[in-house]
Design a protein around this ligand. Structure first.
Ligand code: GUN
Length: 311
């Protein structure tokens, strides 16, 4: 898309983000910038509410280095937003019972509003009974069966942070969704399935296709789309061939390669045809954290921090 078309497309964008463009003229969907403005907005909301204590607790089991980096970043951003954060750490040899006990304690603690159990857990542990302990109000990751059930039924609860972050990017950059065709590639419970629901629900109103590893005509399916959300975790699977000129391309894939973290989208070639595109890193990753904090403030409101209700 030409720069002029990109600018026209952004004409009605709210003041939330400062638009930037790729060399090929696509709007850069800058997750770092939107995360920072979200953190600031949450901080202002908490200030206005009289700075109530809003607490995010994380549970980290084992010593997976990337997991530790993610958790540390969540704590740092929670502090910047004016929240309290608590980190529970268990050794790689923790038993199922020890992990469940740690989570149960946080569930019972009235000072704690949101709980995040960093996944994956070490191989000898079963995540399901751990997650099952989380009540929907405190499940700020939105990934238990009760939270996902609430999302399907349209009941109050928390949507999973990564697909919610994608929706926030779409919204902040004024990407049109009503009556548009969206393709979600990948059917994970953490991203693909909730993403499909969020894009298709009333108010967003996209016509959503769910593609996956067995989709035989992926190029044709993607070529018909106004919005592509790539969440298959298959490095570089989306090329310029998949993208209709002017389409929005959002990369959620994370694969580790020799050259570092890579996404599902070949950014350099796709940005030449896309109308808007997320960078990798700096696109959907930071928005996952922003939405975790957003969900934690909602959790505090749900749990009766009265100064936050309605603010
Ligand atoms: N590990 C990688 N991403 C996530 C996430 O969004 N939530 C949790 N709980 N664990 C993760």
């Amino acid at each position: 898309m030409s720069l002029l078309r990109a600018v026209r497309r952004l004409a009605d964008v709210s003041q939330v983000v400062e638009p930037k463009y790729t060399d090929g003229g696509a709007v850069l969907l800058d997750g770092n910038q939107l995360r920072d403005s979200t953190v600031l907005r949450l901080r202002e909301r908490l200030d206005r509410a009289g700075s109530p204590s809003v607490c995010l607790a994380t549970v980290l089991v084992g010593d997976d280095a990337p997991s530790r980096v993610y958790v540390n970043m969540k704590h740092r951003k929670a502090t910047e937003a004016g929240m309290v954060s608590r980190g529970v750490e268990l050794s790689a040899s923790a038993t199922q019972q020890e992990v469940e006990q740690a989570v149960a304690q946080l569930v019972a603690d009235q000072e704690v509003h949101g709980i995040l159990v960093q996944l994956p857990l070490p191989d000898h542990l079963d995540a399901e009974p751990v997650l099952a302990l989380l009540p929907p109000e405190k499940d700020v990751d939105g990934l238990t069966d009760r939270s996902l059930g609430r999302l399907v039924r349209g009941l109050p609860g928390h949507a999973p942070c990564t697909p919610l972050g994608v929706m926030r990017l779409i919204d902040a950059y004024g990407i049109e969704t009503v009556g548009k065709r969206a393709v979600v590639i990948g059917r994970s419970t953490l991203v693909g399935l909730p993403q499909m629901l969020l894009l298709g629900r009333k108010g967003c109103d996209a016509t959503v296709t769910l593609a996956h590893s067995r989709t035989s005509d992926l190029i044709d399916v993607c070529q018909a789309a106004d919005i592509i959300v790539a969440a298959a975790g298959q490095a570089g699977m989306i090329t310029r061939e998949h993208v209709r000129p002017g389409a929005t391309v959002i990369d959620v894939g994370v694969s580790r390669s020799e050259s570092g973290i890579v996404g599902d989208v070949i950014f350099d070639e796709v940005q030449e045809v896309a109308g808007a595109i997320t960078p990798m890193p700096g696109g959907t990753g930071p928005m996952t954290i922003a939405c975790l904090l957003e969900n934690t403030v909602s959790a505090a409101a749900m749990l009766g921090v009265t100064s936050l209700s309605g603010s």
